[in-house]
Design a protein around this ligand. Sequence first.
Ligand code: UTP
Length: 279
Amino acid sequence: MIKKCLFPAAGYGTRFLPATKAMPKEMLPVVNKPLIQYGVEEALDAGLTEISIVTGRGKRALEDHFDISYELENQIKGTDKEKYLVGIRKLLDECSFSYTRQTEMKGLGHAILTGRPLIGDEPFAVVLADDLCVNLDGDGVLTQMVKLYKQYRCSIIAIQEVDPMETNKYGVIAGDLIGDDLYRVRNMVEKPAPEDAPSNLAIIGRYILTPDIFDLIKQTEPGKGGEIQITDALMKQAQNGCVIAYKFKGKRFDCGGAEGYIEATNFCFENFYKTGKAY
Ligand code: UTP
């Protein structure tokens, strides 16, 4: 079954400058936890314990976060502050972490291909940590997707209905409805203008990919913005076989920009921090 989860985290995070000048976007805190920790918790909940992170220059804080800080441990040992580290200790106990670096930021598709040596020849999940996903009423989004993978055994991508005027921020799909909230993908366009969009069903930052995707990415020419887009490789996969798009249950906050980040902060403060579920 799926054990590996890849976190492409090498992007520049230009929408969040200057905060992201010397600090990885994935380390921005939502209340008291960095974005990437929410993502790794979601992965662990889905049974994915082998965490692979694609980093880049200036991203060392990510590695330090998923490691023991002996000085700190020593400092707070025996105090009531130990509770603050319970969550991160659980991740360190139950997951393994491996890293590779993307040396040139040539897009999400390229970042995923950079992770190939860490993944090998098996299906894997991909989490874009700046999309914070939560479901208060049941399974997390990755858990929902892993269940679907068991059933369909092909790539699964998470989608969400977005404002039709905002399709130019996303990869957008067209597909045939094959079940509750499930589409077999027929077409996919990266960041289409509203008048060119095949629907308002936008791809968000959760994927389960079969390993044939790596060769398809290799064959993909740079697309929009000179970047190697995962959407283009997925389109080939959809044409050759099967890609399923899933309208997930839960909420997604785009924490790559200020508006979504503030909404996520308010949501997590109300639902996790104030209720004592934040550590
Ligand atoms: P984004 O499109 O959010 O790009 O990438 P970005 O550079 O991080 O942010 P902005 O748009 O400049 O503000 C989506 C995900 O893909 C990763 C990013 O780290 C983010 O998690 N990514 C993107 C890479 O790892 N490498 C790349 O070359 C591009």
